[in-house]
Structures are given as C-alpha cells and as structure tokens.
Design a binder for this molecule. Structure first.
Ligand code: ADP
Length: 454
C-alpha cells in the first residue's frame, strides 16, 4: 500500500503565502513610508518658505525705518539665510560686495529677478504710482547650474529718495534637504521587508503545521484502514473459491465468511464514526443522565462476558447518589463499552475488573458529592483491570487511530480504533479519557466528565 503524503503542495503553499504576505504588507509599508516622505518634503518646503519670509520681513522693516542699513547686518543675514541681498537707492546699488556666493553669479540672478519683477510692473528705478510701496509676489528663479531660488523685490519711497530691495534666497532641492531622512527610510524599508519575509515564512509554516499534520494523519489512516480491510477481503475471496472447489465444506466456509463480513462491517462502522467525528457531524442527544442507573446497566451488560472468561467484575459506587450530568447516555455507554471490552480482552482468567465512579471538585483528589444547586465539578469514571498493563511509552500512543501495542498478539476483533473513538466521544462531552497504571497491576482508564448542576 502506498501511503505517500503530498507534502510538496504544502511547501509550495507556504512559499506562495509567504510571498503574498510579504508583498501585501511590503506594499502597505512602502505606501506608508512614501506618505511620510511626501509629508516631510512638504514640511521642508514650507520651512524654507517661512525662513525666506522671515528674512524678507526683517529686511523690509530695516529698509523702511533705518536711514543706513549696516553692512555687517547684511553680511550676516546673507550667510545665515543663504541669500543674495541687493539694495538700490534711486537706482544706484548700495556698495556691498556680498558675503554669500551662489552657484550662479549674483549679477545674473539680480537681472533675472528684475526681469520677472518688470513683468509684474515693479521697477527698481521708478517710484510706485498709486501706493507708497510696491512689491512683487513670490518669484522662482532658475540658476544656470540647476540651482533654484525664491526671490522678491520691493520698491518704496524713503524720505525724498527711492529705495529698492531685491532678496534672492537659495532653494535647495527638497530631496537634498531630506537626504538623511530618505536614507533612513530606505534602510528601514529594506530591513522591514527582510524581517517580513523571515517572520512570514515562519508564521506561515507555523500556521500550516496543523494542515500538514492532518494530511499526514489522513494518509496514515487511509493506509491503515486499507490494510485492515485487505485481510477480510482476502478471506472472502479464498472462501468463495473454496466453496466452488469443495462444496462439502460449504457450511464451514459460510460461517468463516459471515464472521469476516461482520468484522469488516464493524471496522467500517468504526471508521464512519471517526470520520463523522472529524467532520463534526456526530449526532448527540444531550439529556439529563442518571449516572448510577447507566453504570449499573453497563455493569450488568458485561457480567456474562466476564463470567465466560472467569473474570470477576465489580462495580464500586459511592454511598451517595452520583450527580446527574448533561450527556448522551448512548455515547457514554459506548465509551464505557470500549474500555470494558478492552479490559475483558486483556485481563487473564481469575483476575478482577473494577468499575469505579465518584464526583469531585475540579482540584484533583478532593472527592465530594454535590448537593447544592450551584455546585459544579467533575465526574470520574474508572475502569481498572489486572491485565498486562500498558508500558509508559505507549500510554499516549494507544489513543492514536489503528495503534495497537502488540499487533502480532492482538486478536482479529481489535482494530486499534476503540480508544480513539472513546476519546472523541469524551471530547464531545468536554471530557477526557486517560490511562494510568493500576496500583494492583494492570491498567486503569479514567473518563473525566464535567458536572454542571443547574
Ligand atoms: P483495540 O481495538 O485494538 O483494543 P483500542 O484503541 O481500544 O484498540 O486500544 C489500542 C491498544 O491499546 C490495544 O491494541 C492494546 O494494545 C492497548 N490496550 C487498550 N486497553 C488495554 C488494556 N485494558 N490493557 C492492556 N492494553 C490495552
């Protein structure tokens, strides 16, 4: 039987999901960083403009109020604000050499600024006609070396003369201003995408693990089920052939074939039960269940089988009535039947099987019998036998599907599905099934069910 597990698609799926997450999150991150960069660029541009207006206001104030504008003040302002300051009185430039030198010559820039001012009707050698002063709007000047400037020109009458101010401020490319920010953003974006890739790969792998696990279990289940079904089918085929060749053995062969058919249908029933547990389509009819009655009925049902194998079966109930639980009595009986059936199978003649039950608070070991209406706790059912016991390293594995401790020694009626069915049934009641060693030898199975008395 080939039980190949299709792991490749899972790996491919992991790769695709990782790419998808990284691309999606990376795109969102890039958009966020771009927005941040655009905002920073706008802020830098605004900051540059604010500084230009601050210099402009300070200069125009000095020009309108002082008879002499000091050369040192002009020199300091030029360097500080990276500007060209050009002042004329009655069309004659102030004798000021300038202390800051732009990439394009000062003279060229002043000429360009004057040209643009002229286009707006502002001339540095002509007094304004209608108002006391006239100024241009904000001008943008392109230099000769891809350099850019903000500029403004003001013409104002001062005493009996005419003064003009031309301020040309360097406007650095925004990206150059943000060079450091841009570098940090690029590095952060690159690192984030690397981290995303790393974490996506691990998280996707982690979240796909249950899928991988269930795929593996499914493949194992199919392999084991096919294996189990093959032997009754082989018996049926050889039986059919034997009937044809020796009709005198017909009755005996028919019996064998009947028992194999019954075995096969039991296996199919068990498999269907587990399949519906996996698909969560189990039909459960919860009702208030009197556990004392249920346990006595189950005990009585197993007495004949125990008597046949000369095993002593005991039922140990507390003096007080057990609390009723909300359960499907048919399913609880099914759980107990699996445990008792195993106990009978694995206990030799002359030994004892005990069914015990008690209620307790959730903390282990404290037994009590709920009387008050608000009480809640656990109902513990135990099936203890004096059989061969279960080795410690097998205790958790016996609940796996088709798992048997000693396959060679198991009789043909055991498929290794009973305990997995019991566990699923208990889980359906929010309970558990576990196993521990029986102090007197053998094993002791515990079914723990929640009790809620309303
Ligand atoms: P099976 O139908 O084979 O009994 P189960 O799932 O009920 O399948 O049990 C799985 C395996 O656990 C059994 O094959 C057996 O080896 C072991 N086992 C179960 N119950 C007992 C027990 N009471 N004593 C010893 N071994 C047990």
């Amino acid at each position: 039987m080939k039980g190949t597990v299709p792991m490749k698609p899972i790996k491919y799926l992991r790769f695709r999901l990782t790419c998808l997450y990284t691309i999606t999150t990376g795109t969102i991150l890039t958009l966020a960083l771009s927005c941040f960069l655009l905002l920073s660029m706008e802020e830098a541009r605004q900051d540059r403009l604010d500084r230009f207006y601050a210099t402009w206001n300070s200069l125009t104030y000095h020009l309108a109020s002082d008879s002499m504008v000091s050369q040192s003040y002009l020199a300091q302002t030029e360097v500080y604000s990276r500007s060209v300051i050009h002042i004329e009185e009655n069309g004659v430039p102030l004798f000021f050499q300038g202390s800051w030198f732009p990439a394009t010559s000062r003279q060229n820039l002043i000429v360009k600024a004057k040209e643009q001012a002229g286009a707006q009707g502002v001339f540095t050698s002509t007094a304004p006609v209608s108002s006391s002063s006239s100024s241009t709007t904000l001008l943008t000047i392109n230099g000769e070396n891809q350099d850019q400037y903000y500029a403004m020109i003001l013409v104002l009458p001062y005493k009996k003369s005419l003064r003009s101010l031309c301020l040309i401020s360097y406007r650095p490319p925004v990206l150059q201003t943000l060079k450091k920010t841009l570098f940090i953003l690029l590095a952060a974006g690159f690192l984030s995408i690397l981290c995303l890739l790393f974490f996506s790969w691990h998280f996707v792998g982690w979240s796909l693990r249950p899928v991988e696990e269930s795929q593996r279990k499914q493949a194992e289940f199919i392999a084991a089920a096919s294996h189990e079904l093959r032997s009754p089918l082989a018996v049926l085929r050889s039986g059919a052939a034997a009937i044809l060749s020796s009709p005198d053995k017909r009755e005996l062969l028919q019996k064998t074939m009947d028992s194999e058919c019954a075995r096969m249908s039991r296996l199919i029933d068990d498999m269907l039960l587990l399949a519906s547990a996996d698909a969560k389509t189990w039909e459960v009819r919860f009702q208030k269940t009197d556990m004392d009655t249920l346990l006595i009925e189950t005990y009585e049902a197993f007495l004949p089988a125990c008597a046949e194998k000369q095993i002593c079966l005991e039922l140990d109930l507390p003096e007080y009535p057990l609390p009723s639980i909300l359960a499907d009595p048919h399913r609880i009986r099914q759980i107990l039947s699996v445990l008792l059936d195993n106990a009978v199978s694995y206990t030799p003649a002359g030994r004892k099987i005990q069914i015990r039950a008690f209620a307790r608070r959730e903390s282990k070991g404290h037994r009590y019998f709920p009387r008050s209406k608000s009480a809640s706790g656990q109902l513990v059912l135990q099936v203890a036998d004096q059989g061969r016991g279960i080795p410690d390293d097998q205790k958790s594995r016996i609940f796996d599907r088709f798992y048997r401790v000693d396959k060679a020694r198991c009789d043909k009626t055991h498929f290794g599905l009973g305990l997995s069915i019991a566990r699923e049934l208990a889980a359906l009641h929010k309970g558990t099934v576990t196993v521990e060693d029986n102090p007197g030898g053998g094993s002791c199975f515990l079914v723990i069910l929640p009790v809620c008395v309303n």
